[in-house]
Design a protein around this ligand. Sequence first.
Ligand SMILES: Cc1cc2nc3c(=O)[nH]c(=O)nc-3n(C[C@H](O)[C@H](O)[C@H](O)COP(=O)(O)OP(=O)(O)OC[C@H]3O[C@@H](n4cnc5c(N)ncnc54)[C@H](O)[C@@H]3O)c2cc1C
Length: 381
Amino acid sequence: MPVRATKRGTSRTRLERDCDVLVCGGSFAGLAVARELAGSGARVLMIDRYEIGERQTSACGIPTRWLEALELTGSLRQTFDELVVHTPHRTSRWPLPWSFSTFDYRELCAEMWTQASDQALEFETATVIGRSADTVFTDRGELRAPLIVDGLGWRRVLSNAAPIQPPHAPMSRGLEVHPQGRGEEMELWLDARYIRAGYAWSFPAGDELRVGVGSFWPEHHVKEPTVRVARDLGLPPDGYQGNWIPHQLRRAVEDGVFFTGDSAGHCLPLTAEGIRTAIYFGLACGRELRAVIEGRTTREQALARYGAFSDAHERKFRWLLAVQRMIGQITPSRAATAVTRAFESRRVSHWAFEHYLAIAPPTFVGAARRAASRPLVSSPA
Ligand SMILES: Cc1cc2nc3c(=O)[nH]c(=O)nc-3n(C[C@H](O)[C@H](O)[C@H](O)COP(=O)(O)OP(=O)(O)OC[C@H]3O[C@@H](n4cnc5c(N)ncnc54)[C@H](O)[C@@H]3O)c2cc1C
């Protein structure tokens, strides 16, 4: 488990600074933004309440093609060519057209930081409290920048609009444990005995397993079922990690601020896959910021383009949410088994998963690189 490295108490010094780009949040979304700004000459300051990679925020499963496109395979732990899906009545094996991999959070973040690093990039630990115009308030002082990114997760701390408050909000919730152990399969359980609307999972990652439960219905608690799934697998419930998971898009720009990742609701409904999309939208955001830094566009144009890019994905997010709601309704019935059985067909599974990957395709990474010389905000595939 990560060791707490963040400075506390008297070792926490004042932090007052002006910079060109202030990236709040040093996880997937924030690091993707910074990666796109490497070599731009911009004075970029990234802040997070923890050191980079200190606090794992997920089971760290991602399409392998994304790790390859990002040149982050050094952090890869295990790869899976199929998904094993259990219902109370059947175990289905879904053939995938592309593989999923698990990775090590700390190592991936360190690799992304290295990719983003140049002489003008700095990192500081600070807790963000709020914002007024171009000033961000932290527990260590005030920071100012004309370009501000919120990659702070679902709380959307830099928004001054009315906050959403779980459990009465468009959110799912997830909790997992990380016991030592080994496994060969990436497994899901669609089983109302564990969770009425949602699913349980076991993602092996080398010498540990990430075993958890996600509920589409935020009022439903996930701790007891998580412990029960681990127990049924003969594993101790070690190393808890959980969070709220937004399952609806929110505005990606607001009052001059760029929101990316969970802060903009960029996590995909149904699967709660939010790493790939946090990086995808982070790259798009970083690309727009770079165009401003290089004088190719204005801040207002960049905000409008990035907002339009995020909005262009609305239909696909809505569609996944509709499927999430449908699956949530039918989980206790035999219809759930009929659905999982249909995906045993290579044709059905490949069709669905190719469309699913295309929501945020790995080819976008290369497009982001090319955008260093040419701003490119394409419509989603
Ligand atoms: C149990 C669970 C398992 C999951 N498994 C997967 C998975 O296998 N694959 C997948 O694709 N998705 C998964 N997800 C979803 C995924 O974790 C998120 O969608 C993803 O982490 C979003 O990335 P982000 O960078 O937007 O936000 P986060 O990863 O949440 O990062 C936000 C960052 O902001 C920092 N921060 C927050 N508030 C403040 C503040 N006030 N001041 C300073 N810093 C702050 C945090 O320390 C953190 O570093 C899972 C979620 C859960 C809850």
